[in-house]
Design a protein around this ligand. Structure first.
Ligand code: XIL
Length: 380
């Protein structure tokens, strides 16, 4: 437990170097300086799930999930109620699907598609080409070998679910200006083996295997008012421009939106302008992996929840202002299951709270923030 004066806050203050009599003063300081959601409230009007509130504006809302979570009946029921789209968080990646070179394991993905079908949820595919989550045996050494593997994988995986998916993240995180190439592409195994043309190849293969799915280029680090994010936005725009000009079947940009509460202070102004530029290319836009990490916030639950909710509302207000944005996916639904537990744990040892529902499946201010952002969004 860590109420305002509980272990979490004490640990935080200790980390700041506050001691003895200084604690009260430090706590006051902390309240002013480290309570970015101070004064914010998130009232919502009317009834309805996030799915319904998004749909009322012509938007799709959903979340990422792993098939193991389906065994948690309370969580699965909540997921089916609140979500209009399901995204397998790990089970359509190479690492999960490809235990050995010639074999495929579709059990996890099939379970999720079965659940989605029964619950009337759409499904997004994530992801066909990524530099991470590749199995240990993945070590192609020639361009022809790599192309053969890519072709077989896309034909088999996208082919298996053809006609059933809302969209596919065909490529994930392929732009990385910090790697120093003139085209700003990431130095990945795919690039090294196949050259920059692998991106277009992947889209053409996906279009052939599943002509109905929207084909998405999914990217991280597009969100901040920071020079690194700006470089990334320029590079992504140049890549999309090239792909569209070459008639590559790319239909949408996926903006991951893994946000951190403390870094979001600059606000989403430049992201909003960028989304307008993407829309001007004739592309749709999806928010694909939204969550708000709270590891740099005080342990105090009320402070964290307010700050996280404020980031959700402010970002979505800017993003949903762009009518080309047609959907929002959070990277998880409840704090009970979030990758940030391992990826960005709270230094005070308290459970992280980055998602719309808490660990007891109760809606949090972040849920209200999403509901408010949907209500304020222009209709599609
Ligand atoms: C994450 C999953 O949520 C974790 O369970 C896994 O251990 C690592 O990958 N960007 C992405 C997602 O595109 O695929 C990542 O998902 C989170 C960052």
């Amino acid at each position: 437990m860590s109420g305002p004066d509980g272990i979490g806050r004490r640990a935080f203050l200790a980390a700041l170097g506050a001691a003895g009599a200084a604690v009260a003063g430090a706590a006051a300081l902390l309240r002013e300086d480290r309570d970015p959601g101070a004064g914010r409230a998130f009232p919502v009007q009317g009834a309805g799930t996030l799915r319904e509130r998004a749909a009322a504006r012509g938007l799709l809302y959903g979340a990422a999930i792993d098939s193991s979570q389906l065994r948690d009946a309370g969580f699965a029921a909540l997921f089916a109620r609140e979500c209009g789209v399901l995204v397998p968080g790990t089970e359509l990646k190479w690492l999960a699907l490809r235990p050995a070179p010639g074999s495929y394991d579709f059990r996890g993905a099939d379970a999720l598609l079965g659940f989605a079908g029964a619950a009337g949820l759409q499904v997004r595919g994530h992801t066909l080409v990524w530099h991470q989550a590749l199995p240990a045996w993945f070590a192609p050494t020639s361009a022809s070998g790599a192309e053969r593997m890519l072709r077989e994988h896309v034909e088999t995986v996208a082919g298996r679910y053809a006609g059933r998916l809302h969209s596919w993240d065909v490529v994930n995180e392929v732009v990385e200006p910090a790697h120093g190439r003139a085209d700003a592409l990431r130095d990945s195994p795919w690039l090294r083996l196949l050259g920059p043309g692998y991106i277009a190849t992947a889209f053409h293969l996906a279009a052939a295997a599943d002509p109905k799915a929207r084909l998405v280029l999914n990217e991280n680090w597009l969100e901040l008012d920071h020079p690194d994010s700006e470089r990334k936005r320029r590079a992504v725009l140049r890549l999309l421009d090239r792909l569209v000009a070459a008639s590559v079947p790319v239909h949408a940009l996926g903006v991951q939106c893994h946000l951190r509460a403390e870094r979001a202070a600059g606000g989403p102004g430049r992201l909003r302008a960028f989304l307008g530029e993407v829309a001007a290319l004739g592309l749709e836009i999806l928010v694909t992996e939204l969550d708000v990490a709270d590891a740099a916030l005080p342990a105090d639950v009320a402070v964290r929840d307010r700050a996280v909710a404020a980031v959700y509302e402010d970002y979505l207000a800017a993003v949903l202002d762009e009518r080309a944005v047609t959907g929002v996916v959070t990277w998880g639904l409840s704090d009970r299951y979030t990758w940030l537990t391992g990826h960005a744990p709270h230094p005070a040892g308290v459970p992280v709270r980055p998602l719309p529902f808490d660990r007891e499946l109760r809606p949090k201010p972040a849920w209200n923030a999403l509901a408010r952002a949907f209500a304020a969004a222009p209709r599609r």
